[in-house]
Design a protein around this ligand. Structure first.
Ligand SMILES: NC(=O)c1ccc[n+]([C@@H]2O[C@H](COP(=O)([O-])OP(=O)(O)OC[C@H]3O[C@@H](n4cnc5c(N)ncnc54)[C@H](OP(=O)(O)O)[C@@H]3O)[C@@H](O)[C@H]2O)c1
Length: 281
């Protein structure tokens, strides 16, 4: 298959590129904004036609939640309108979305069919991207994920490693619950979707296994790296968020596990893998 991976310099895109070495049967094009700006409809159409792209894995997105709140049109352009450009290109699509499409006020793992109710500009634009994609490409695959981290880019793990080395105490919220998700695990799941004997369209949820708070996550990062900073739990109300954060980000992964026969690692085990790589980088 001829596959285009957009947003290839991001966390997930980089892991898709790394793992492509283990999936050599395909022909790959890896692009980020410099090679293919997905907000440019003509450029997308031309690229897909000229290179006979059969499948697009869209790892490109506007992911800065606070900046999206300040400049929703910019987030809308990339998270919604650009997804429509991909949807109109004629290729099959695997698109990545987010737990932020939900309100974050729930208390049971979110299933794919649960009602979306985004409370942020980021969540609204990502939800519109899903809707535009399904309008033009009803056979698309959408995978919603949460709390992504990797050795690349900016993410919570890298921030906490830096703070843990610089500070004596880290104050971390203990009332936002979710599941850390190693981008390599998500990339593996995407390859399972690509290489499944049959194409199974629809919305899926994917995170690593387990549930924790950001405080629990930080304690585990400090434990695994033997950093000595004291980690103190605080309430979200004690932290000056610019944008409301979901209190509950846990996704039900039954559908993706059953449909594609994948097993998902525990978040603590994947964290250990990422920390090993980070120490080597
Ligand atoms: N990070 C998370 O915690 C998280 C949680 C839930 C869901 N997700 C979703 O998971 C997916 C992957 O996230 P990620 O963390 O890997 O994102 P990321 O690291 O921010 O990577 C996104 C990539 O897309 C590129 N991009 C932005 N605008 C573009 C454009 N117009 N054309 C082409 N490329 C463009 C970015 O370039 P620049 O850096 O130059 O802008 C960046 O390289 C996204 O759909 C995201 O919404 C992420």
């Amino acid at each position: 298959m001829t596959i285009l991976i957009t947003g290839c310099n991001g966390q997930l895109g980089t892991e898709m590129r790394n793992l492509s070495l283990l999936h050599p049967a395909h022909r790959y094009f890896f692009t980020d904004v410099a090679e293919l700006d997905i907000t440019n409809r003509e450029a997308v159409e031309h690229f897909v036609t000229a290179n006979r792209i059969e499948l697009i894995v869209n790892c490109a997105a506007y992911t800065n939640v606070d900046k999206a709140e300040e400049d929703e049109p910019a987030a809308h352009l990339i998270n919604a309108l650009a997804v429509e450009n991909l949807a109109l290109s004629g290729a099959k699509i695997i698109h990545i979305s987010t737990d932020y499409v939900f309100s974050g006020e729930e208390s049971s793992p979110r299933r794919e069919q649960d009602a979306a109710a985004p409370r942020t500009a980021y969540g609204r634009t990502k939800l519109e991207g899903e809707q535009l994609l399904l309008k033009h490409c009803p056979d698309a695959v959408i995978i919603r994920t949460a709390w992504l981290y990797s050795p690349y880019g900016n993410n919570f793990v890298k921030t906490m490693l830096r703070f843990g080395a610089e500070r004596d105490e880290l104050r971390v919220v203990n009332d936002q619950i979710g599941t850390p998700t190693y981008a390599e695990d998500l990339a593996n799941a995407i390859y399972a979707v690509i290489e499944a004997p049959e194409w199974h369209e629809g919305i899926y949820h994917f995170t690593d296994e387990g549930i924790c708070s950001w405080y629990d996550f930080t304690v585990e990062i400090m434990r695994q790296t033997q950093l000595r900073a004291k980690v103190t739990p605080i309430a979200s109300s004690e932290y000056a968020y610019k944008t409301p954060r979901p209190h509950y980000s846990v996704l039900d992964k039954s559908k993706i596990k059953q449909t594609f026969g994948i097993s998902i690692p525990r978040w603590q085990d994947s964290l250990a893998k990422c920390l090993t790589r980070l120490c080597q980088i």
